[in-house]
Write a protein that binds this ligand. Structure first.
Ligand code: MTE
Length: 347
């Protein structure tokens, strides 16, 4: 993000118009393909046919990932589909699965958009545990299985707006971050939440690259009221299935009204604290990346236009330039968090 020019998508990444199906068509085709593929590969079916019918969006057969642990499969057999109303659903066309999973920012696997999908083959998201520290009554190291056991997974269809001026619409699977936070019983001193990504030198080639610009681990943070907002989501899947490594397996954050860099991937640590934490991009270039990072067409960025965005996928015939909205269109649900704040100063 820091050193890349606002490049257009490479020709190889352009998805033909024919692949860009509307949401309803995708739902039907995707589920048929998925079950067909599962039957042929011996992979455990991740969702029953009944659940597949209910879910709004399903992954296509092209996904090639190892079968996850049995408990994980069980969890995915009972996902509550997205409601038909904002803010947890948008009627905009979904970004196709292949774009969501091949056009990524995950610098631990390299800095080009295709690097995370190409270089994450050795990454192992299972077993996984998350360290809970700081201002909570129940600190400790929690296995992902225990984190997810009491959780009801739900689908939410959100817009994702990157500071690089591209955007997508993605059907995520997860649960409200607030529900998880409450389980650790934060103290009255917990005013901020800090997140860290795994650093694994063996499976993350970007971490050892001599071109790396990040001081690992990748770190992000939210104010407590932002973390507790019902829109803030812990994500463990997309398109009805578990998360591919390149999208932040096994568990990542999604904060739909903020620029994508706040949505930290592959989380191994959550720390509750009294003071505002340092965050990766803010540390690297504070004049370009603020702590709040609310999507805001009125705040100038030195390298990318923030009043317009490119909705992916673009094709040769359809550039899909659309206007960026304040808070990425979620203002009705989050603007009150910033009452009285100068959004140009606290960008
Ligand atoms: N998390 C980690 N650990 N490392 C990263 O490089 N990139 C961020 C965010 N989370 C990043 C990360 C950026 S800049 C964006 S836009 C989103 O992830 C992209 O998410 P996606 O690849 O699933 O679209």
């Amino acid at each position: 993000m820091l050193i890349k020019k606002p490049s257009d998508i490479k020709p190889s990444e352009i998805t033909p118009e024919s692949v860009y199906r509307n949401r309803r068509e995708f739902m039907v085709d995707g589920s048929k393909l998925l079950f067909g593929a599962m039957a042929g590969t011996g992979l455990p079916a991740l969702a029953s046919a009944q659940n597949g019918d209910r879910l709004k969006a399903r992954a296509p057969a092209s996904m090639q990932r190892p079968a996850p642990a049995p408990w994980w499969v069980d969890k995915f057999s009972n996902i509550k589909p997205a409601p038909d109303a904002e803010p947890f659903f948008t009627g905009e066309s979904l970004t196709p699965y292949q774009d969501v999973t091949r056009y990524n920012n995950f610098y631990e696997f390299g800095m080009d958009k295709g690097d995370p999908s190409a270089n994450s083959g050795a990454f192992k998201p299972d077993p996984w545990s998350v360290q809970i520290t700081g201002e909570v009554a129940k600190p400790g190291t929690y296995h992902l299985e225990d984190i997810l056991k009491p959780v009801d997974l739900e689908e939410r269809i959100y817009r994702l707006r990157c500071v690089e001026a591209w955007s997508m619409v993605i059907p995520w699977i997860g649960f409200p971050l607030a529900d998880l936070i409450k389980r650790f019983e934060p103290t009255a001193n917990a005013r901020y939440v800090e997140f860290e990504t795994l650093v694994d030198r063996n499976s993350m080639p970007g971490v050892t690259s001599r071109f790396a610009i990040v001081d690992w681990p990748y770190r992000e943070g939210l104010r407590m009221d932002e973390a507790m907002n019902p829109l803030t989501m812990m994500v463990v899947g997309l398109y009805g299935n578990y998360l591919p490594s390149q999208n932040g397996a096994p568990m990542r954050l999604i904060v739909p009204w903020k620029y994508g860099f706040k949505s930290i991937k592959s989380i191994v640590k959550i720390n509750f604290r009294q003071t505002q934490p340092n965050t990766t991009w803010n540390d690297l270039q504070a004049n370009e990346y603020g702590f709040f990072a609310n999507v805001n067409p009125g705040v100038h960025h030195p390298r990318w236009r923030q009043d317009m965005e490119r909705r992916l996928p673009q094709t040769l015939f359809s550039r899909q330039h659309i206007e960026t909205r304040l808070f990425n269109g979620y203002g009705e649900h989050v603007a009150h968090l910033y009452d009285g704040m100068d959004l140009a100063r606290y960008y």
